[in-house]
Ligand binder design. Structure first.
Ligand SMILES: [Zn+2]
Length: 322
């Protein structure tokens, strides 16, 4: 499988814990580093770093009293905390739930315990929508103690202003959002986009395709130089441009496949249930659309795995929203 990078900008550098990354540049050999290193750590601002382990990433900010971490990513607590310990002795004293998916908050108990061992009560921060969503889902994880107004709110962390931009109509989850580290000009929106890749499986685990393009556009003009999507490389507006172009091409390919293979083609009166009609329709649409995109995108990272399910999501949205 090709791991050719899909960067629209194409400038790669080895990661540095010291040197602040030039906006628009990316980490070289990121997939290989994720698979062979304990963590990948890159400085983005005077007191803020981007970190990734096992293809899961986030950002953290070192304040006067301690560290603010975004996401308490599931399964990589040791990796992330060792990365943090390589640049500061200060304890992690606050954590943001970016949205309530378990893979982005699942190690919260370890962060709570880690803080307690340093004599600190971890401050859990999240949006009002996240708290509501967790209540509704009977989430097993502790609720945010500091609740940020939805869809717009902010908090201060030792002089760093963090602004919440919640997606009122979201593709990913009901509480999906972007968090702007204002002075650092970093936007962190896990699962909005995997920068430097064609769209990941189900557009990075979106619960629906509808609103995906809207959500990308909603952060486009905010005041940031670095985009952290948790997965994928460090991003820029060129990555959003690339993603929107890919979606445009995919919609065109899906539309053509639907015109070439109307639903009526899959209606089979001899079948024992009508359930297969739609399944076969979408299987055909997604296969044909993927083939149509292959000449332009087929060499890029993960294309063959992600594009059929993405084509099916786009097909469903185009079928239902006319
Ligand atoms: Zn998610």
């Amino acid at each position: 499988m090709s791991t050719t990078q899909a960067s629209p900008t194409g400038t790669y550098v080895a990661p540095s814990t010291e040197r602040i990354l030039k906006p628009g540049t990316k980490i070289s050999d990121l997939y290989r580093r994720n698979m062979t290193q304990l963590y990948v750590l890159q400085r983005l601002a005077e007191r803020t770093w981007w970190v990734q382990a096992s293809n899961y990433g986030t950002v953290f900010h070192v304040g006067e009293r301690g560290v603010l971490i975004f996401d308490t990513l599931e399964g990589v607590y040791d990796n992330i905390t060792q990365a943090i310990a390589s640049v500061t002795d200060k304890p992690i004293i606050a954590a943001v739930y970016p949205h309530y998916h378990a893979d982005h908050i699942g190690d919260i108990a370890k962060y709570v315990d880690g803080a307690a061992q340093r004599g600190v009560e971890l401050r859990i921060i999240g949006s009002a929508k996240t708290k509501q969503s967790m209540d509704l889902a009977n989430s097993s994880f502790p609720r945010p103690a500091q609740v940020i107004d939805w869809p717009r709110g902010s908090f201060d962390f030792d002089g760093l202003t963090v602004e919440l931009y919640g997606f009122e109509w979201a593709a990913h989850t009901d509480d999906h959002s972007a968090w702007l580290l204002k002075q650092d000009r970093i936007i962190h929106s896990p699962d909005l986009i995997n920068p430097d890749q064609p769209p990941f499986w189900r557009f990075a685990g979106n619960e629906r395709f509808r609103f995906h393009e809207d959500n990308l556009r909603q952060i486009y003009d905010l005041a940031w130089d670095y985009l952290s999507g948790s997965h994928g490389n460090i991003g820029s507006r060129a990555d959003i441009d690339f993603q929107l172009q890919f979606v445009t091409d995919l919609k065109a390919a899906v539309g053509k496949a639907m015109a070439d293979h109307p639903f009526s083609e899959f209606v089979d009166p001899s079948a024992d249930a009508h359930t297969g009609f739609l399944a076969n329709f979408f299987a055909t649409i997604s296969r044909e659309a993927t083939s149509a995109l292959r000449p332009k995108y087929g060499h890029m990272y993960g294309f063959e795995y992600a594009t059929p399910p993405n084509a099916e999501m786009v097909g469903w949205a185009m079928f239902e929203y006319r």
